[in-house]
Design a protein. Structure first.
Ligand code: NAP
Length: 480
């Protein structure tokens, strides 16, 4: 069994207590052992990052880019094994893991490409013979805290822009799936990243999170995860006036109108609700359906859901893998019980899957509740599992009102052929990521990513917007 060490100041630290990274589809399998980082490790990592910062920041951005391009090549050469490990540690199906690995490679290349394009502003002055311009500069040491559901893509979409801007980083991956992030750091190490520029400390979120937020050299923190932890980080990091970026939960709606392409709408809702076991932050958890097609739509979604195959994501033909761990499974099953009390028995699903290989994993049936109303907890709270609440709307205006009636605002979708409705939705939906006639989940890296309301705080991630968080401006007025 391999022990995966922490990476501090260019060294792999493999000594110390370990914790297990287990396969949620087969809990007999330990995918790897990880060294449990301490608060002292976090301090050492932050100190190493601070020492490495001036030299890395001074390196021309196109040269920093060469290291990112090389890391992308290395990931490409290890593509199949990285994807398979991701399925084994997180549970998503192998095609989904391959898609995510491809995305990580593309993110590295995209931000590496930005190294040669990192512009500022050059504008004419009102004054004679004054040259005025603004250049981008890095922030310093940045802490990155990531969740388990996209275990390589999220670390990558934080690390790549941070590094290309000239920052140095300390990455704390999720304990449920640290190996994919470790592989990213390994690729950067093998690509020749200078020591101290990237540091990786795995272990308890409580212990390491506190140490990270309190680490003296830290200038900024980027977090993706639950609202509870995000709010805690906001409180603590604000005391030190750290720059903060938080991406948190959602209760994402898909509005289905009577003029939609019916079959495509069913497919889009089922895909967005259940693929990746509903464990995408942009997953649809509420389908808000116009009255006239409500009954027909509910029946079609139930029929389609019955055809989904749940099982070990390494096997061909599986649509849905397990929940990531026992705690996640318990949360999902608890919400199903709440849903039964609030909305009656689910029309499909509602149980943990047992018997044979199911007994070794955290498998749950994809579950559909109908007649959910906006006051119900299953219509308001994030479940983060394969549970879909279907809600009835009188008309488009009612659907929009219901869609916006939660504190969250991550993603939202509409299924319609009416272009005016599309634009009403685009301007009226309270969410940061919108899709039209597509599943609510499934974003690309070339545009800003993030939510609004309680789902997010601070500048957006990805695309050109990533630089708003990972760099600052220096403005220069020069008389010649
Ligand atoms: P989580 O429990 O909040 O954990 C996220 C990360 O924070 C993990 O690395 C965790 O470490 C760490 N952590 C735990 N306690 C901490 C503390 N006191 N201080 C600092 N860090 C701490 O979330 P999760 O269960 O991994 O992920 C699921 C959540 O993420 C869902 O709410 C989902 O909507 C959200 N999400 C949002 C987006 C988005 O872009 N908006 C994307 C993906 C996921 P440990 O693993 O060691 O506990």
């Amino acid at each position: 069994m391999q022990t995966f060490g922490n990476y501090i100041n260019g060294e792999w630290i493999t000594k110390g207590d370990t914790f297990e990274d287990r396969n949620p589809a087969n809990t007999d399998e330990v995918v790897g052992l990880f060294v449990k980082g301490s608060a002292a490790d976090m301090d050492a990592a932050a100190a190493a990052a601070a020492e490495a910062f001036p030299k890395w920041a001074a390196m021309p951005a196109p040269n920093r880019a060469n290291i990112l391009f090389k890391a992308a090549e290395i990931l490409e050469s290890r593509f199949d094994s990285i994807a398979a490990e991701m399925t084994r540690e997180e549970g998503k199906t192998l095609p989904e893991a391959k898609g995510e690995t491809r995305r990580a490679i593309n993110i590295l290349k995209y931000f590496a490409g930005e190294g040669a394009r990192m512009g500022g502003h050059l504008v004419p002055s009102e004054r004679d013979r004054v040259h005025m311009f603004a250049i981008r500069k890095p922030i310093g040491v940045i802490g990155l805290v990531t969740p388990w559901n996209f275990p390589i893509a999220i670390p990558c979409w934080k690390l790549a822009p941070a590094l290309i801007c000239g920052n140095t980083v300390v990455l704390k991956p999720a304990s449920a799936s640290p190996l994919s992030a470790w592989r990213l750091v390994e690729a950067l190490h093998d690509a020749g990243i200078p020591k101290g520029v990237v540091n990786f400390v795995a272990g308890s979120g409580g212990t390491l999170g506190k140490a990270l937020v309190e680490a003296k050299p830290l200038k900024a923190i980027s977090f993706t995860g639950s609202e509870t932890i995000g709010k805690w980080i906001h409180t603590e990091a604000s005391k030190r006036m750290l720059r903060i970026q938080l991406e948190m939960g959602g209760k994402n709606p898909t509005i289905v109108l009577k003029d939609c392409d019916f079959n495509a709408a069913v497919e889009n809702v089922v895909n967005a609700a259940f693929f990746s076991t509903g464990q995408k932050c942009t997953a649809t958890s509420r389908a808000i359906v116009e009255d006239e097609i409500y009954d027909k739509f509910v029946a079609a979604v139930v029929e389609r859901t019955k055809k989904l195959k749940v099982g070990n994501g390494m096997e061909a033909g599986i649509d849905i893998g397990p929940a990531v761990d026992e705690a996640a499974l318990k949360t999902i099953l608890d919400y199903i019980e709440i849903g039964k009390k609030e909305a009656g028995a689910p029309l499909v699903g509602g149980n943990r899957l047992t018997g044979g290989a199911f007994d070794k994993g955290y498998f749950v049936e994809p579950t559909v509740f109908a007649n959910v109303t906006e006051e119900m907890r299953i219509g308001q709270e994030e479940i983060f599992g394969p549970v879909l609440a279907i809600m009835r709307a009188k008309d488009f205006e009612d659907a929009m009102r219901i869609a916006n009636a939660t504190p969250f605002g991550l993603s939202a979708s509409i299924q319609t052929s009416n272009v005016s409705r599309v634009f009403d939705f685009v301007y009226g939906a309270e969410a940061g990521l919108l899709t039209v006639n597509l599943p609510s989940a499934g974003v690309e890296y070339q545009l800003p990513f993030g939510g609004t309301k309680d789902s997010s705080f601070g500048p957006k991630e990805q695309g050109p917007a990533a630089f708003d968080f990972y760099s600052d401006y220096k403005t220069i007025y020069l008389k010649y």
